[in-house]
Design a protein around this ligand. Structure first.
Ligand SMILES: [Zn+2]
Length: 90
């Protein structure tokens, strides 16, 4: 029997990849949007490739906002970029 690998879709480029290759962004029950490196936080989540390109695409297309059902501020985008390990360009 094949091992079950959970697949998730990147809200940026739309690629379907194994969950562990993607970064989970979560809107917590408190309404904060944070990066969830463990993939275990409670809340509404979106998955994204760990790349600046996908982050920008996800925000510009508003797919990230839709997935989280919350608006995403520039500050948050910068914070996400930092946590993704790809600092945002000034
Ligand atoms: Zn992507």
């Amino acid at each position: 029997m094949p091992r079950h690998v959970p697949i998730r879709q990147c809200v940026g480029c739309g690629a379907k990849r194994p969950k562990r290759e993607l970064v989970r962004v979560v809107r917590t029950p408190q309404g904060d949007v944070v990066v969830d490196p463990t993939g275990r936080k409670a809340g509404r989540g979106a998955y994204i490739c760990p790349s600046q390109e996908c982050l920008e695409l996800a925000v510009r297309s508003r797919r990230l906002q839709k997935s989280l059902d919350r608006d995403v501020t520039q500050e948050l985008v910068a914070e996400l970029a930092r946590q993704l390990g790809t600092p945002a360009e000034e």
